[in-house]
Design a binder for this molecule. Structure first.
Ligand SMILES: Nc1ncnc2c1ncn2[C@@H]1O[C@H](COP(=O)(O)OP(=O)(O)OP(=O)(O)O)[C@@H](O)[C@H]1O
Length: 244
């Protein structure tokens, strides 16, 4: 079997400490090309840190990260972005002084390495797909929460990811907004993008993902089919604090 064709992400033995605090402890994650993987876990379990390690915004203390068959453990976030790792942040980080369209153009030209013509064409397409077309010329600072979250996703898509990391994109949305978001993520996935989605809104996550990983105290507590894993005794007890 060719690893590079079948596996978009192969992370092995990842560890990270901040001072004396061990936040990631020997975590291994594999994502097949085209797969959607969900990650849940209590606050402070180390989920976002895992994204920082995979995206390259933080260096690992130990372990290896292979993306599409290439060992990227020692490469920068910029290199990984150009290799196809796109991400959203838990707290959206648009350039507030720029318009929605300008935000995408920066992502597409800097992160995605596209020419301005290519970037403009693909940005307009992405904005239409995400329901932001009419807001293209609106300043990012003027957007309501749902549209800020859409913009966060649109910026990540503008970098043309093969692997998209979504960090708590559903938090704070109404039920109806959440349903729309789930449909959008399904569309992105159907277009061939592999996804890892960290989410506290579990019902939204379970509507999309093929597999679920539960992180607790920086370690993989459980892993498997989404419903089965979420309902397992150890996850109900430790993640939800419920005696099953
Ligand atoms: N750069 C940093 N320096 C020091 N400590 C950090 C840093 N980043 C994260 N931490 C700590 O590491 C732990 C894990 O944080 P992380 O954000 O990865 O958790 P999380 O599972 O994503 O939590 P949440 O669900 O609340 O977003 C927390 O105790 C956090 O305070």
């Amino acid at each position: 079997m060719s690893q590079s064709n079948q596996t978009i992400l192969d992370a092995r033995g990842l560890s990270k400490s901040f001072g004396a605090l061990k936040v990631t402890n020997d975590v291994s994650l594999q994502v097949a090309t085209g797969e959607a993987l969900g990650i849940i876990g209590p606050n402070g379990a180390g989920k976002s840190t895992l994204f920082n390690l995979i995206a390259g915004t933080l260096p690992v203390d130990a372990g290896h990260i292979v993306i599409a068959g290439r060992d990227v453990t020692r490469t920068t976030a910029g290199v990984r972005c150009r290799m196809g790792v796109g991400r959203t942040y838990q707290i959206p980080k648009p350039f507030d002084g720029m318009t929605v369209l300008e935000n995408l153009l920066v992502a597409a030209t800097n992160g995605g390495g596209q020419s301005m013509d290519e970037a403009t064409a693909s940005a307009i397409d992405i904005l239409d797909r995400l329901g932001l077309g009419e807001l293209a010329d609106t300043q990012a600072s003027q957007l309501r929460l749902l549209d800020r979250k859409r913009l966060e996703m649109a910026r990540a898509l503008a970098t043309q990811p093969r692997l998209l990391l979504l960090d708590e994109i559903a938090g704070g949305l109404t039920e109806q907004e959440c349903e729309g978001l789930v449909a959008t993520i399904k569309d992105i996935r159907a277009a061939g993008v592999s996804i890892i989605w960290i989410e506290h809104v579990v019902h939204a996550l379970l509507a999309v993902v093929d597999r679920l990983v539960v992180i607790n105290f920086g370690e993989v507590l459980a892993e498997g089919l989404p419903q089965e894993t979420f309902r397992s005794r150890e996850v109900q007890e430790i993640y939800l604090g419920i005696e099953a």
